[in-house]
Write a protein that binds this ligand. Structure first.
Ligand SMILES: Cc1cc2nc3c(=O)[nH]c(=O)nc-3n(C[C@H](O)[C@H](O)[C@H](O)COP(=O)(O)OP(=O)(O)OC[C@H]3O[C@@H](n4cnc5c(N)ncnc54)[C@H](O)[C@@H]3O)c2cc1C
Length: 437
């Protein structure tokens, strides 16, 4: 039977760019997806600027712009009565909003053009094993042998289940999320809005010809929401008048897509003959819109590890990459969990956001946090947390007890996270960057 260098299960924002990079580096790659592209999937599809830089290197940013991807040049972060407005930094490629039905199709075509063998409408049903090592996959159309199997098959990864990859640092999902598109919204310029108003979270932005609006409500209210999707979604939007005004008079296009059951996790990401990348190996709260650019970022480091590993010690290089991934994702993982926690903003959170909005560099630094340029804990440093804690007590003199409890709980949680923080790891360096091969 023919043996590929790598078989990849899943062809969206993790699988296809990996296939492209590996094929560009001269490896023989087969990529398999049960979907037939163009194919949509639930996502609010904000690609952060550092992810856009990888799309640019892959040579597909211009194609996406031609297809209507919107460059985000203005970001508004709203936390009840606190508003932080920031502009894209000159010199950085702007973040992009592009619907997944567009993005994923372009990624698949790029993999094909780079020389990967792309098999869509093909479901992977199991793994091929030899003496404890993964040596390929079973599909409805027959087996595919490879020296390495990569699971890029999303948060409910079957590959992860088949190889027995364990989850760690698990955090239960905070909010369910419902997203829909609107036609005829006049505010189609590159303005992204992320809000937390009352108990609900919101995201809204234009994307290739339509306008996307999403509402997040506490996961404990999922049943009530689902009992009357349309009504609940409309009521959710109306809870943020700025968003309700924007979509008023426009027409909702297509279904309301929802996610009601999920959790955040790290998963063991490598073993004998296998690796997990993208959501298959790590899923974080989607509130700050990181998953796509994280997948691109992981792939950008995994590809050189695979190229080096197949010529040397593959298992060791994959383990190294896995350690790098944990280190790289750590700070954002907890920031995302905090940002997505259900319920209304607490006095401490409100005060922290107010201080960011009052600081001359606050908006710029917050955008840098979202773009993975600085750690959230540089902006929300211990010194700033202590100051905000004192101010929060003064802000709500009638609620000193609950505010103190929040401060203590938050400080304990930060200490717990610090204790289990993974070691800092340098990425594997190759003499030549893969994307320039
Ligand atoms: C509500 C919501 C909003 C989000 N908003 C954002 C955002 O604004 N910005 C952002 O960056 N991220 C966002 N994310 C996260 C983002 O969508 C994911 O991180 C991203 O899709 C991960 O890509 P992936 O390629 O790893 O997996 P997926 O996109 O899940 O792709 C997995 C692929 O594997 C295929 N597959 C699965 N099993 C098999 C099998 N057995 N055989 C063959 N094929 C298989 C599937 O068909 C699928 O095509 C959001 C997520 C949610 C839920």
């Amino acid at each position: 039977m023919h043996e590929y260098d790598v078989v990849i299960v899943g062809a969206r924002c993790a699988g296809s760019p990996l296939a492209t990079m590996l094929a560009q580096a001269g490896l023989e790659v087969c990529i398999v997806d049960q979907a037939r592209f163009p194919s949509d999937t639930l996502s609010t599809h904000l690609v952060q600027s550092h992810g856009v830089a990888i799309l640019e290197r892959l040579g597909i940013r211009d194609t996406l712009l031609d297809l209507g991807a919107v460059e985000i040049d203005h970001i508004s972060l709203i936390n009840d009565d606190v508003r932080i407005d920031g502009e894209a930094e000159p010199g950085d490629l702007p973040a992009l909003c592009v619907r997944r039905v567009t993005l994923d199709d372009v990624l698949v075509k790029a993999a094909e053009a780079a020389g990967a063998e792309v098999r869509t409408s093909t479901r992977v049903t199991g793994m091929l094993r030899d003496d404890g090592r993964m040596v390929g996959v079973e599909t409805g159309d027959g087996p595919i042998r490879a020296r390495l199997v990569v699971g890029a098959d999303g948060m409910r990864s079957s590959v992860a289940e088949w190889v027995g990859a364990r989850e760690y640092h698990v955090v239960p999902g905070g909010r369910m999320f419902a997203v829909a598109y609107f036609d005829g919204v006049s505010d189609s310029a590159g303005h992204l809005r992320i809000g937390r108003v009352g108990d609900n979270a919101f995201i809204a932005a234009p994307a290739d010809g339509l306008y996307m609006a999403g509402v997040g409500i506490s996961i404990s209210e999922s049943q009530t929401f689902m009992a009357d999707r349309d009504g609940s979604f409309d009521r959710g939007l109306r809870a943020w008048p700025e968003l309700a005004d924007l979509v008023a008079g426009s027409t909702r296009v297509g279904p309301i897509r929802m996610i009601t059951e999920w959790h955040s996790f790290f998963r063991e990401a490598a073993g004998p003959g296998w690796a997990l990348v993208g959501d298959a190996g790590h899923f974080k709260d989607f509130t700050p819109g990181q998953g796509i650019s994280d997948a691109l970022r992981q792939v950008d480091h995994l590809a050189p590890a695979i190229v080096a590993g197949l010529a040397g010690d593959l298992d060791a290089d994959l383990r190294h990459w896995w350690s790098w991934r944990d280190d790289d994702a750590w700070d954002m993982y907890w920031f995302a969990s905090d940002l997505g926690s259900p319920g209304a903003s607490t006095p401490l959170e409100t005060r922290m956001m107010r201080n960011v909005s009052n600081h001359p560099d606050g908006a710029r630094d917050l955008i840098k946090v979202f773009d993975h340029q600085i750690s959230p804990w540089e902006l929300f440093s211990t010194r700033r947390l202590v100051l905000a804690s004192m101010q929060a007590l003064v802000d709500r003199p009638g609620r000193i007890g609950p505010t103190l409890r929040e401060i203590v709980t938050s400080a304990k949680e930060q200490r717990r996270r610090e204790k289990v923080r993974p070691a800092s790891v340098e990425p594997l360096r190759l003499p030549v960057s893969i994307a320039t091969v």
